[in-house]
Design a protein around this ligand. Structure first.
Ligand code: BDP
Length: 600
């Protein structure tokens, strides 16, 4: 799906701002027949949760409604008028002037409606019902629990199977945009290391079939270096500036459409000449091994929650550069489109992750419901298969042209040790590779319950991305023991899959900023530094390790529980992005690696 761009033939109108808002009870009507009464004000985009005070407000379970007026002019209706939501978490039902437009399931990917007919010239009432429940049919997954306490009415609680706060609402930008009646629907463009490239431009609308398509390629300076025609084609540039982490050279494919109904459309899509491959236990960018230095992140900032925050996005990229990182994983859901654009421009490599976390019948927010170690039944209990296919298709459709995306992750820490995991994941990994026109490598990120002996999915992955917390959730305080366990496990994974690159997708220790301890006790800044040093020393001994992603870039909000003090504190930066001591250790380590890589 194309990003809503303003071009010579397209207009874009932001619907971001302050909307009317109300939390709904189970018996409240959801038919949008009447204008919303007794509303409070709510900024869009944002998570709704931290805008007003009160635990009942923040932890509301179920439905809520957003409403606003939308002005439409005759010019906006002269072609095709689209209403686009970049994300609504987790389910949306949209109405215009009380008439249903449709719905969408999945809280982290865009959807849109053609409202050319439904919109009237003048004032329109746009109503969006949002549902925030996570259960065994949604991604991410959770549990809806009915609880009875003596003498009290029944209570309904929604427990995430995952360790980040279940922020919800209209969390990313909303806009109207126009296109001509016949229009450019989609663009696939790919450039290779040898200067060859290919494109496919899909037209939509009444006169799509005979529409004439022409393309131009603009180099990073904006000079036209190729002109061609046809909805599909390929070509070759004799001199090309490759896209990589040090030189994120971006080209543009400028597509133009002329249709028999008089429509003329144009759209420019950025792309890079670069190749991702896997060779000798390494992820390679443009044929050269690239060691991934970086983090698992979250979209999580004070007040906005998981809501779009471009200030923090730019700041985070600046901090990644400062610390010498070259990559991150969009744990545990696809991030906003604007962040991927920033990564294209700044040369940051992305592991793009589907919102599939909590796929384990025994997971709670911070551990196992049944810690006995005997788990089974996840793959009968989870009813996510079809939705999982949908989110993968939507993620690839949105992100396919981004040069920054080098690896797809179809899930984080599922029950990959249980019977049924291979059957569940094999089709999904095949799907993500086949949907992707570039056929990038794919993985799923596994947890410590899925060991070299029990993991059922290792062979399905192009890269083994594993999360380990030795020295934290077990062997705590004993970093020598933790490092020995880690090394042993990595060696056994390597023995099992000798050709596959292996990287740590997560490792980290909760650290309270400002807490110090001469004996490097748990939660102190000293312990975090020593923990990271212990892991680094293991990685440095194993040549097949292809990357290190620390958990987490910054402290972040989670559900309340006794293992979390105002959220997860494994950040190398605090939630407001101040560095902990460990930031300076990682800066030194990673910048040295970078210098070595660049031959300095
Ligand atoms: C891992 C999860 C991650 C958690 C982390 C932790 O993948 O989402 O936040 O553990 O416990 O299991 O900090």
């Amino acid at each position: 799906m194309l990003y809503p761009q303003m071009t010579q033939t397209r207009m874009r109108f932001s619907l971001d701002g302050v909307w009317d808002f109300k939390l709904l009870g189970a018996d409240d009507s959801k038919d949008a027949k009447e204008p919303l009464a007794d509303a409070i004000l709510m900024p869009v985009p944002s998570s709704y949760n931290d805008i007003y005070e009160g635990r009942d407000f923040r932890d509301h379970v179920g439905d809520m409604v957003y409403e606003r007026e939308v002005m439409v002019t005759p010019a906006m209706k002269s072609g095709r008028l689209m209403l686009r939501f970049a994300s609504v978490t987790h389910k949306a039902q949209v109405y215009l002037n009380g008439t249903p437009l449709g719905g969408h399931k999945g809280g982290f990917l865009p959807f849109e409606f053609d409202i050319t007919e439904a919109a009237v010239i003048g004032s329109n009432r746009l109503t969006v019902y949002v549902n925030n429940i996570v259960d065994n049919t949604t991604l991410p997954a959770g549990r809806l629990v009915h609880q009875q306490f003596p003498g009290l009415p029944e209570e309904v609680h929604n427990f995430p199977n995952f360790d980040f706060y279940n922020y919800s609402g209209i969390m990313r930008p909303v806009c109207l945009y126009t296109t001509p009646k016949t229009y450019i629907e989609d663009i696939v463009v790919q450039g290779k290391m040898d200067g060859s490239f290919s494109w496919r431009v899909t037209a939509g609308g009444a006169a799509a079939e005979n529409a004439r398509i022409s393309v131009r390629i603009l180099d990073p300076k904006g000079s036209c270096v190729f002109e061609g025609a046809g909805s599909e084609g390929a070509g070759h540039l004799s001199e090309v500036l490759l896209w990589d982490t040090e030189h994120p050279n971006l080209y543009q494919l400028e597509a133009s459409l002329q249709a028999e109904d008089g429509s003329a459309d144009c759209y420019a899509e950025s792309f890079g000449f670069r190749e991702v491959s896997i060779k000798d236990c390494r992820i390679c960018l443009n044929g050269k091994p690239v060691y991934l230095r970086g983090f698992g992140k979250h979209e999580d900032t004070p007040v906005n929650g998981r809501g779009f925050n471009q200030v923090y996005n730019v700041k985070d990229i600046a901090l990644l550069k400062w610390i010498g990182a070259n990559s991150f994983r969009t744990s545990h859901y696809p991030y906003c489109e604007e962040m991927l654009d920033l990564c294209d421009r700044e040369g940051i490599l992305i592991i793009d992750e589907a919102p599939a976390v909590g796929l384990h019948s025994q997971f709670s927010a911070t551990g196992m419901i049944d810690a006995s170690g005997k788990h089974e039944g996840t793959w009968e209990y989870m009813k996510t298969g079809e939705h999982h296919r949908d989110v993968i298709r939507e993620m690839v459709a949105r992100d396919k042209n981004h040069p920054c995306v080098i690896l797809w992750s179809v899930a984080n820490e599922p029950a990959s040790e249980e019977e049924g995991a291979k059957e569940y994941f094999e089709p999904l990994l095949n799907l993500v590779r086949s949907e992707d026109p570039q056929h990038r490598p794919a993985t799923l990120v596994t947890y410590e319950g899925s060991s070299p002996d029990t993991c059922k999915v290792a062979e399905l992955c192009d890269v083994l991305v594993i999360n380990r917390y030795r020295g934290w959730y077990d062997t705590e305080g004993n970093l020598r023991g933790a490092a020995a366990k880690l090394k042993d496990e990595l060696e056994r994974f390597h023995k099992r899959c000798p050709d596959k690159p292996i990287m740590l997708g997560e490792y980290g220790a909760d650290t309270i900023a400002g807490m110090h301890d001469i004996n490097e006790g748990l939660f102190s800044e000293e312990y975090q530094v020593s923990f990271l040093k212990a892991y680094s020393s293991v990685f440095d001994q194993l040549p097949y390790i292809t990357g290190e992603h620390i958990w987490n870039f910054a402290d972040f909000a989670t559900a309340e529980n006794i293992k979390r003090v105002q959220g997860n504190k494994k950040g190398i930066f605090t939630r407001t992005r101040e560095p902990k001591m460990a930031a300076f250790y990682m800066k030194e380590r990673w910048n040295k690696m970078k210098e070595k890589e660049n031959g300095v």
